[in-house]
Design a protein around this ligand. Structure first.
Ligand SMILES: [Zn+2]
Length: 296
């Protein structure tokens, strides 16, 4: 319970429930080997001879406890969701937790709806409270790890999280800003079925040491095509502002994890078909499926 002692001055009484997670968190996952030797920005370099310990089922201990960072529009939720399916751990998005609580008659729903109706930010305390409840419920169901999406957003949140559970790896997904902007501008929703699509066809040439990036559009079926609408706040100005605000806020959090050798920067080389195999490689997961079936 040493982790909790560090938080003794904290007013987050609900944090005690997170200890159930820290109790099982003895880091057996060692597949990720950040290389901080050459330059300030941590980049992944495969270590020859290292044996990724991804046989999480065999350890009977726990699976990954990861955090995903990334600008709006980068596809963080998509990659977090895919990896959580692959690894069999929940993808916990704090935005979803807030929405679920709002939709429920949970103890915080009243307070939350007042905050949201007044356009205020949901406090660290509430987010932590929701997250700890979620992790506790997951632990009770036998969940062995997690991928956090949308948390922590601030150093304070990162410190609180560090005090109660171990984070193995923080994946920072990055995409060139001009591509990010184009992608955000290409977002469309079908006004009839609510489906999300992207009409941006991205084809930027490599220049100044940056590789070329191609991303195919995610086009809707023909019957949705004429019903596509653009979100009112998806204007170039608003998106640029959103990206700028994100960058300013995330920098200290990135630095927090970089200084602990836990930050893995990953530059998306394109859309999902190009990025997914490279991401698995960077995470030492490229032969994960094979390993699992071999062990079965
Ligand atoms: Zn439709």
């Amino acid at each position: 319970m040493a982790a909790l002692t560090r938080l003794s001055k904290s007013s987050f009484s609900s944090l005690s429930s997170l200890s159930s997670v820290s109790r099982i968190s003895r880091s057996l996952y060692s597949g990720f080997a950040p290389d901080t030797s050459s330059h300030g920005a941590t980049s992944y370099s495969p270590r020859l001879g290292s044996t990724p310990n991804l046989a999480v089922k065999d350890t009977k201990d726990r699976s990954v406890q990861w955090v995903f960072l990334g600008s709006p529009g980068v596809g963080k939720g998509t990659y977090a969701s895919r990896l959580s399916n692959l690894l069999g751990v929940p993808h916990i998005a704090t935005g979803d937790l807030v929405r679920e609580e709002l939709a429920s008659s949970g103890p915080l729903s009243q307070e939350l709806s007042e905050i949201v109706n007044q356009g205020k930010l949901v406090s660290d305390e509430i987010i932590i409270n929701l997250l700890s409840k979620r992790l506790e419920a997951g632990g009770a169901k036998g969940e062995l790890g997690f991928i956090l999406d949308g948390f922590p957003r601030t150093i304070r949140q990162a410190e609180i999280l560090e005090g109660v559970t171990e984070i193995d790896l923080v994946l920072n997904l990055k995409l060139r800003e001009d591509v990010l902007l184009e992608k955000c501008l290409g977002r469309r929703t079908c006004s009839q079925c609510g489906g999300n699509f992207n009409v941006a066809s991205i084809n930027v040439k490599g220049a100044n040491g940056h590789p070329a990036i191609s991303m195919a559009p995610l086009l809707p079926p023909a019957h949705c095509m004429s019903k596509l609408v653009t979100r009112a706040d998806d204007t170039e100005e608003v998106i640029k502002h959103r990206i700028h605000v994100y960058n300013e806020k995330s920098r200290p959090v990135e630095e927090f994890y970089r200084s602990r050798g836990k930050l893995l920067e990953f530059d998306l080389p394109g859309g999902i078909p190009e990025s997914w195999p490279k991401l698995l490689e960077a995470l030492n997961l490229d032969d994960y499926k094979e390993k699992q079936s071999a062990a079965a």
